[in-house]
Design a protein around this ligand. Structure first.
Ligand code: G3H
Ligand code: 13P
Ligand code: ZN
Length: 321
C-alpha cells in the first residue's frame, strides 16, 4: 500500500469525528512501535518528522524506514514535516514526497507569518501537498525557558478566533495549529491545568461562520506526561520533576470532539522509551546488548500508542472506513 494522502486522512477524520494521532519518528524502534500499535488497533496514522529527526537519522534513512513500514503494513499512513522552520526545508520535504508539511513561523509577527506561509502554500499546492500553519505561540518549552530552565508554562500568546479566520484566508493553509494553553515537552504545567477549550470552540465556529467549513485544527503539545512513566523513570535513576504535568487526556478528548483533527504526541513516546530502558539498565547492570533494552522500549511505546489511538483519539477501528 502506498502512502495515503494527508488530505484523505483529514477528510475521513472530519467525517468520522475522530482525531488522527501524529506521532514523531526518530528511529526504527519508534516507527515500529507506532506502526504495530496502529495496525493492531486498525488506526490510520500520521508519522511526523522534525528537522531534528532529519539531522539525527538522515532524511534517506527515515524515508527508507517509512517505505518499509508502508510496504509491511496495510493501514493508511501519511508523512508530515513537523515544525518546518523555513521555505527551503518545506520545499525539500515536498520534493521528497511528504504528504503534508508544517511551516512554523508562529514566532514572527502576523504579517511575516502570513508571508512565509503563503510562499510555502503556493509551492505545496502546485505539488499536491497539504500545509499546516500555526498562529499564536505555545507556552512552555518552545518559546520560553520552560524545560531548559526547569520552569513551567508562562506567557505565550493564544490564538484569536478572528485572526485565525484572517490568517487562513490570507495564507490558504489547509490546517491550523492553535495555541490554547498547550505547550511542548515534559514540563507543561505545574499541577492540574487545562486547555482553553472555549477558545478552541470559538476558533472552530469562527472558521465555520466564515465559510471555511469543518476546518481541520491541530493540537501541538498534546502529551499528557503520564505520572506512572515519570515515577518509573525516577525509580530507576532518572531525575524528572515529579510535580510536572501535561495536558489531561480528558481535555484532549474534548478537543477532539470540538474539532481538533490532528493531535501531536512526541514527549509521551520519549518518556515510555526512557522508562523501559532505565528499568533494564537498573535491573540488569551487566546488560549491553542493545536489543535487550530497545525491544522492551519498543513494546512500551507500542502500549502507549495503542492507548492513545483507542482511548483518547478514537481513531482506532477507522483504518478501513
Ligand atoms: O514539537 C517538537 C517535537 O517534539 C519534535 O522535537 O525538534 O526535538 O525533534 P525535536
Ligand atoms: P509533546 O511535546 O507534547 O509531545 O508535543 C509534540 C508536538 O507538538 C510535536 O509537534
Ligand atoms: Zn509541535
Amino acid at each position: 500500500m502506498p502512502l495515503t494522502h494527508t488530505k484523505d486522512l483529514f477528510a475521513k477524520a472530519l467525517k468520522g469525528k475522530y482525531a488522527l494521532g501524529a506521532f514523531n519518528v526518530n528511529n526504527m524502534e519508534l516507527l515500529q512501535a507506532i506502526i504495530e500499535a496502529c495496525e493492531e488497533e486498525k488506526a490510520p496514522v500520521m508519522l511526523q518528522i522534525s528537522k531534528g529527526a532529519r539531522q539525527y537519522a538522515h532524511p534517506v534513512y527515515l524515508k527508507k524506514l517509512i517505505e518499509a513500514a508502508v510496504s509491511l503494513s496495510n493501514i493508511p499512513i501519511a508523512v508530515h514535516l513537523d515544525h518546518g522552520d523555513s521555505y527551503e526545508l518545506c520545499k525539500e520535504c515536498i520534493d521528497e514526497g511528504f504528504t503534508s508539511v508544517m511551516i512554523d513561523a508562529s514566532h514572527e509577527p502576523f504579517e511575516k507569518n502570513v508571508e512565509v506561509c503563503k510562499k510555502v502554500v503556493d509551492y505545496a499546492h502546485k505539488h499536491n501537498c497539504v500545509v499546516e500553519g500555526e498562529l499564536g505561540m505555545l507556552v512552555g518549552a518552545q518559546h520560553d525557558d520552560g524545560e531548559e530552565g526547569g520552569g513551567y508554562s508562562k506567557g505565550g500568546c493564544y490564538t484569536h478566533p478572528d485572526e485565525a479566520v484572517e490568517f487562513v484566508r490570507l495564507t490558504g493553509v489547509d490546517s491550523l495549529a492553535v495555541a490554547i494553553g498547550n505547550s511542548h515537552g515534559a514540563y507543561k504545567f505545574k499541577g492540574e491545568q487545562h486547555l482553553d477549550l472555549d477558545r478552541l470552540k470559538a476558533i472552530k465556529k469562527a472558521l465555520l461562520d466564515a465559510g471555511m467549513g469543518d476546518y481541520p485544527l491541530v493540537l501541538h503539545g498534546a502529551s499528557s506526561v503520564p505520572k506512572d512513566l515519570v515515577t518509573e523513570i525516577n525509580k530507576y535513576g532518572g531525575k524528572m520533576g515529579e510535580e510536572t504535568a501535561g495536558v489531561p487526556e480528558a481535555d484532549i478528548e474534548i478537543a477532539r470532539r470540538v474539532g481538533c483533527t490532528k493531535v501531536n504526541i512526541d514527549t509521551d513516546l520519549r518518556l515510555a522509551m526512557t522508562a523501559a530502558i532505565r528499568k533494564v539498565f537498573a535491573e540488569n547492570p551487566k546488560e549491553f546488548d542493545p536489543r535487550k533494552y530497545l525491544a522492551p522500549a519498543r513494546t512500551k511505546v507500542k502500549e502507549l500508542v495503542r492507548h492513545k489511538v483507542r482511548d483518547v483519539l478514537c481513531c482506532a477501528g477507522h483504518a478501513f472506513d
